[in-house]
Design a protein around this ligand. Structure first.
Ligand code: HH2
Length: 278
């Protein structure tokens, strides 16, 4: 089976790459359905930006942005809610979401109560301040220890589905982000499903510019696909992306490549070649 693709749907005026495009509920639902048509396995609905420097959104406003969009999409696709507020998560679960995508790694009681899955993401600091001076002694070991601790608490309490996510870009320098990508196999070895989100993030703009001025968010597609593919080959079970159609192609390729090679498979062609030649 190929790795899963989570499509990003930001119902916000200020998200770093698509802010303002889907603040209108009808446009948000239309875009969510387009992501489904492109092959998204999950649509992640968020009503508060977590970009560096972002200010918190009042709870009622975030709930107002998210709930109708979740309700309209839930009959068509698995919906996750990207929030750090318990009341917003509860409202979204009530409207049909079945996964709480939690960048604060604290909302597992809400997921437990609502019978939903839970994503625990690592962040150092808060979005307002996290990029000021991120510091770690051993970023992979510290992030992994934090995530395993949170996941264990949730699993012990009875949450049935727990994901871990290293939180690329959340209180991390470009070097930290690369270390975490290199360290993904250690996260995968925990046996917990791993989610990774690199899509259009600013470290891609600087690292792939090769000394030229950093690439703006809309020019980071190639780097986004490269890093999503890197994560999937390292064993990530799901990637969180803005560009769903292109990522589904990459995920399909990785899914085929993960199968045993021809020699182990018997005399027949590799399943990927079989699919292509059909
Ligand atoms: N990244 C963002 C938001 N939520 N959730 C998880 N689990 N992992 C991530 O890496 C992650 C996330 C930031 O991206 P985006 O939603 O596009 O931007 P903004 O926070 O500005 O809305």
């Amino acid at each position: 089976m190929r790795p899963l693709v989570m499509g990003v749907l930001n119902v916000t005026p200020d998200s770093f790459s698509d802010g303002g495009r889907y603040l209108d509920p009808d446009r948000a639902v239309e875009h969510g359905l387009a992501l489904v048509a492109q092959g998204a396995d999950v649509v992640d609905v968020g009503g508060e930006s977590s970009r560096p420097g972002a200010e918190p959104v009042p709870e009622a406003e975030e709930r107002r942005r998210v709930t109708p969009v979740v309700a309209a999409l839930a009959p068509h696709v698995r919906v996750s809610v990207d929030t750090v507020k318990p009341a917003v998560a509860e409202a979204a679960l009530g409207a049909g979401a079945t996964l709480v995508n939690d960048i604060s790694a604290a909302l597992w009681p809400v997921a437990l109560e609502g019978g939903a899955g839970w994503v625990a993401m690592h962040m150092q600091g808060t979005p307002r301040t996290m990029q000021a001076r991120p510091r770690y002694r051993d970023v992979v070991a510290e992030v992994l220890a934090f995530l395993v601790d949170r996941a264990r608490a949730a699993l012990d309490a009875g949450v049935g589905e727990v994901w871990i996510d290293p939180g690329i870009g959340f209180g991390k320098t470009p070097a930290h982000n690369l270390s975490l990508l290199r360290g993904l196999p250690a996260m995968v070895e925990t046996g917990l499903p791993v989610l990774v989100g690199t899509s259009r993030k600013s470290f891609l703009g600087s690292l792939s510019a090769a000394g030229r001025p950093p690439l703006p968010a809309h020019e980071r597609l190639a780097a986004s696909i490269a890093t999503a593919t890197w994560a999937m080959l390292a064993g990530a079970a799901m990637v969180r992306v803005h560009d769903v159609a292109a990522t589904v192609q990459a995920a399909t390729l990785v899914g085929g490549a993960r199968r045993p090679p021809v020699a182990e498979h018997g005399a027949g062609p590799h399943p990927l070649a079989e699919a292509v030649n059909r």
